[in-house]
Structure formats: structure tokens, C-alpha cells
Design a protein around this ligand. Structure first.
Ligand SMILES: [Zn+2]
Ligand SMILES: [Zn+2]
Length: 196
């Protein structure tokens, strides 16, 4: 009887949070211990928002409450990369991309002293998925000032202080910051691809 039980595929207990993996009885506990859908996150779009959600509800929350900084991408699984250009003003640089088969990506802004940095974090759509890389290209409307950064997408659990210490982010120059603060919006070209 025990042997039979071990080979029956069972749903992960975080199915309601968005995990559609089926696991064998004897590996169910192990999976649920590290299932990426077990974690809940504070909404990173707006510090006053205060919403706390798991993966699935975060997607719904973004769609309903942050439409102006949210893109839903019904990606076909075979595609290798995602690219989009978004216009941004200083107060709403953060942006969320829900790439259905890959996960929920957040373009984040951090300020330390006079420095302003941009980086990308992800809540993955599956527990065992590959890592992702990304690049950011920031330019003003005349495309006279351009800045470029390439790095690996960081897991959402990673604390911001740690990211600042490693220096793995796009540091915005004074010229670009001046553009954002005084002139028209800047254009950020975001590219995300699988790390193979
Ligand atoms: Zn799971
Ligand atoms: Zn929110």
C-alpha cells in the first residue's frame, strides 16, 4: 500500500497561489518546502500600497491597481527573449511585467544618497525554472544621452541593501536624472532572456 501511495501524483498545496506542479507523495514535502509559490511579497510598485500577496494574487493586484505601470505579456513558451520600450517619468520609474510562462518581473528603483539605480527582480512562474538575464537601455527623447546595463535578474527575496552593496544595478548619471526631473519622460528599453 505504501509503495502504491508513493507513485500517485498529488497537487502541490500552493496550487491556489499558482503552483501547478504535481509531485509524488514521497517528494511532496520536499517540494513544498522550496516551492516558490509559498512566499508572499509586499507590493513593490508603491511604498504606500501595502498589499501583501503570493504570486497569483500579486498578478491580479497589479492588473487591478497599477495598470499604468503594468504590462501583461502572453508569451509563447518557445520564445527566447522579451523586449519592450516604456516611457517613464521620475515618480513612476518602477514597472511590472507579467510574462505568463516565465514570471513576474519588476523594474525597481533605489536611491542611496545622491545615487539612483535601476535593477530587475523576479518572482518566477515555476519552482525549477531557469534563471534570467536582462538589459536596460535608458535614453532621453533626443537619444543624445544613453546608458546601458546588462546583468542577471535577481530573485524577489533578495534584500535591496544587498543589491546596492554588490553594485549590480544600472547607475543613472546626473545628466539622465536631470532629464527625468526637468524635461520630458525618458525611454527605457527592457530586454529579458533566459540564462542558458
Ligand atoms: Zn509548489
Ligand atoms: Zn500595490
Amino acid at each position: 500500500m505504501e509503495g502504491e501511495q508513493a507513485i500517485i501524483p498529488l497537487p502541490c498545496k500552493y496550487r491556489a497561489e499558482g503552483c501547478f506542479e504535481t509531485v509524488l507523495f514521497n517528494s511532496k514535502f520536499g517540494h513544498e518546502e522550496r516551492c516558490s509559490f509559498r512566499i508572499i511579497y509586499q507590493c513593490p510598485i508603491d511604498p504606500v500600497c501595502g498589499q501583501i500577496n503570493g504570486y497569483k494574487n500579486m498578478c491580479i493586484h497589479l492588473k487591478n491597481h497599477h495598470t499604468n505601470v503594468f504590462n501583461f505579456v502572453d508569451f509563447v513558451e518557445e520564445r527566447e527573449s522579451f523586449c519592450i520600450g516604456v516611457f517613464k517619468e521620475s515618480e513612476n520609474i518602477v514597472h511590472a511585467f507579467h510574462i505568463k510562462q516565465w514570471g513576474l518581473f519588476f523594474l525597481q528603483k533605489v536611491c542611496v544618497g545622491d545615487l539612483t539605480g535601476l535593477f530587475m527582480q523576479v518572482i518566477r512562474a515555476a519552482t525549477n525554472q531557469l534563471d534570467f538575464n536582462y538589459s536596460l537601455e535608458v535614453c532621453d527623447h533626443n537619444e543624445t544621452r544613453k546608458e546601458y546595463f546588462k546583468g542577471c535578474v535577481l530573485p524577489m527575496e533578495k534584500p535591496t541593501e544587498e543589491i546596492m552593496n554588490t553594485g549590480k544595478y544600472l547607475l543613472l548619471s546626473d545628466l539622465i536624472l536631470k532629464t527625468i526631473n526637468t524635461e520630458s519622460p525618458i525611454m527605457i528599453v527592457v530586454r529579458i532572456w533566459k540564462n542558458v
